[in-house]
Design a protein around this ligand. Structure first.
Ligand code: WTA
Length: 646
């Protein structure tokens, strides 16, 4: 190894923020939030600067939180137009496809041209302020262009990750009543082709999707496309439009986008993010946590279908006038496991933001995969999506980063819009595996089960006290659910769904979800969604799904399945169930283990005891804890005896 630093040694590279600067600035952000955020808001370009800062408080009228409410701006203008004078010829988006010979660069001037034409094209289809547009796209520049085009004309985008199934796409179209769908014929990843157009046709044949009036398709593949009457070739139509497009003047609290995410119960929630606070917060966190410099070539490896892609591929970096690199392949994935290193060299990447899963995948193939690259342009590595285990942290640090790069472990959520915690201190203080410190203005707290605030060194439910500009404002069409999910578990606090430990130095360690949400390869999946897919199968009477520790994916999916009396367990049925879940949700929701369960452990009130199922799935059968409230302890013995993960 080429390590120049150990966890306890003194690295000789700088961290974006020093201990002292962080402490002073954090204190100011908490003591004088109004002045702090008013000053920060000046970083954006407003058509009408806000006089107001925060309105509303958690615990009282948190349902009507607003930031910079009287401010007027346009997110696209902030991400594109305002850089034209100073950065017109600077690359805004650099793209490399799954096939390394596919490469494109768009300067800010060229991006302005493409976005303007795209926005005019949408307007010509009757799309305007407040209309919803669904995107189902591969990782190509047009995904970012389409998002910015929506923002320019005040339309609300709803990006659906290209790995979701037609059923999942249809339910997300239905829920937000989208008028236009923007897609491609195929998405090529890891040498495989996902037939997006075919999935779109399947989705639009399903009930409740007639709201879609037009499908704008960006041709990407070589095969002939099965055009339907509603389909439009976006690459042709766009050329008939002018690049000059007057931006809409949007209120700071006008919605910018909807993004669906999984919760503990029920169908995915369409979280709504608004314009001013979100843009300010993503730009600021991106600038400060990564210590952005003008000449950085920044690569966030997340897909635009997830919040990380929204905030840190598109809005944050472009609002900062940075060069954002988009990658169509799978980092750490087949067919070329060491490609990340060569991409870094070829494009001179300076900041690489990725997931612990991708790092573990690379680590699993051995250090030699990095032999074909030098990676000496790199100065910082960021991680997101799951807790990073110290082994992966050290691998990223020592191997990918040549021992020269601070590792920014960023903890945040779809709901928070941007980073909430990161190691904001001198690099020698970093603790592998700890997200450590709240960002400016963020006040985390730990609570016990009764809702008491825990002081000092403690473990508990992680909540946030008080709003921050990037927070989601509501759930599309169901504000009550928003309140219930996030503000009623612990009255007056934002409930994150995560557990955390605060150590003796006051630094935070995120321990993972404490609700029924799984985190598989950094993808959030609700156990309830998988269960409802399983029980819809005619052979299944009941199902309970839990996560279990998985070496690469962080968590794997373990399903306990009870059959109907007349059904019989078989390998064919197991495969059918795997396929059912894949069809309803997507290929990334792959059941790792199916255990046939004649019965499920229940409390006397009829609740399934998931705690016990989790222990059995993790093969921790000696530590089942209290089972005295079970109706039938024999059920547990049978499950233990037939457990599959040993
Ligand atoms: C988990 C992704 C530990 C956490 C941005 C959270 C993390 C969920 C980290 C949100 C991290 C994200 N350390 N856990 N650095 N980052 N998580 O909405 O459980 O897809 O609640 O947003 O991912 O997932 P989401």
């Amino acid at each position: 190894m080429t390590s120049t630093a150990s966890a306890t040694g003194s690295p000789h590279y700088p961290s974006p923020v020093s201990e002292q600067d962080y402490r002073e600035r954090y204190r100011r952000s908490i003591e004088s939030p109004e002045a702090f955020w008013r000053e920060e808001a000046q970083q954006l370009q407003w058509m009408q600067p806000p006089q107001q800062v925060l309105k509303g408080r958690f615990g009282e009228n948190h349902s009507h939180i607003s930031w910079f409410e009287d401010g007027v701006l346009n997110a696209c203008v902030n991400c594109v137009d305002r850089h034209l004078d100073t950065r017109g010829d600077k690359p805004a988006i650099v793209w490399e496809g799954d096939d390394p010979s596919h490469q494109r660069t768009l300067t800010y001037r060229q991006l302005h041209d493409r976005v303007g034409r795209f926005a005019n094209m949408l307007r010509s289809l009757g799309v305007g302020r407040g209309d919803t547009v669904t995107l189902y796209m591969p990782m190509i520049p047009e995904a970012a262009i389409a998002m910015l085009a929506c923002a320019r004309i005040g339309a609300v985008h709803s990006v659906v990750f290209g790995g979701f199934s037609p059923e999942a796409l249809a339910s997300r179209i239905r829920d937000c009543d989208a008028r236009v769908l923007i897609t491609a014929d195929i998405s090529q990843r890891g040498g495989k082709q996902i037939p997006l157009k075919k999935y779109v046709d399947e989705a639009l044949a399903l009930e409740g999707t007639a709201c879609i009036e037009h499908v704008l398709l960006v041709p990407c593949g070589d095969a002939p496309i099965d055009w339907k009457a509603r389909d439009i070739n976006a690459s042709e139509l766009i050329e008939t439009h002018s690049p000059e497009c007057e931006p809409e003047a949007m209120g700071a609290e006008d919605p910018l986008f909807i993004l669906y995410t999984s919760g503990s119960t029920g169908a995915p929630k369409g979280l709504v993010h608004t314009t001013g606070g979100y843009l300010l917060y993503t730009a600021m966190t991106h600038r400060e946590i990564f210590g952005l410099r003008e000449d950085d070539v920044y690569w966030c490896a997340a897909d635009v279908g997830w919040i990380t892609g929204h905030s840190y591929v598109v809005y944050g970096p472009l609002a900062n006038g940075a060069t954002t690199f988009m990658f169509g392949g799978i980092p750490g994935g087949p067919p070329d496991y060491g490609r990340v290193g060569r991409v870094i060299d070829d494009h001179g990447i300076t900041i690489f933001y990725t997931s612990p899963t991708a790092i573990r995948a690379m680590m699993g193939h051995g250090e030699h995969i990095m032999d074909s690259s030098r990676r000496d342009s790199l100065r910082l590595i960021g991680t997101v999506g799951e807790p990073i285990n110290p082994q992966a942290w050290h691998w990223a640090h020592d191997v990918i980063g040549n021992g020269q790069c601070p590792i920014m472990d960023t903890w945040w959520q779809t709901e928070t819009g941007g980073h909430m915690m990161a190691p904001l201190t001198d690099a020698e203080n970093f603790k592998p595996g700890a997200a450590m410190r709240p960002f400016y203005g963020v006040r985390p707290a730990l609570l016990d089960d009764q809702g008491n605030i825990l002081e000092g060194e403690a473990s508990g439910s992680l909540v946030i006290e008080g709003s921050w500009p990037g927070q989601a404002r509501t759930i599309r069409g169901n504000h009550e659910r928003f309140e219930q999910t996030y503000f009623s578990v612990f009255e007056g606090h934002y409930f994150t769904g995560d557990g955390a430990h605060r150590d003796a130095d006051g630094d935070f360690w995120i321990t993972g979800r404490i609700d029924d949400v799984l985190n598989v390869s950094g993808h959030r999946i609700g156990t309830a969604e998988i269960e409802s897919s399983l029980v819809a199968h005619p052979a299944i009477s009941e199902a309970a799904v839990v996560g279990f520790p998985h070496d690469v994916k962080g968590q794997g999916i373990y399903a306990y399945v009870t059959l109907m009396q007349e059904a019989t367990a078989s390998e064919a049925l197991r495969q059918e169930l795997v396929e059912t879940v894949r069809r309803d949700i997507g290929a990334f929701a792959r059941l790792d283990i199916v255990q046939w369960a004649p019965g499920l452990p229940r409390t006397r009130s009829g609740k399934i005891m998931r705690r016990i199922l989790r222990k059995i799935a993790a093969n921790e059968v000696d530590a089942l804890g209290d089972t005295s409230t079970l109706t039938d302890p024999g059920v547990v013995d049978a499950l233990i005896e037939n457990r599959i993960n040993r």
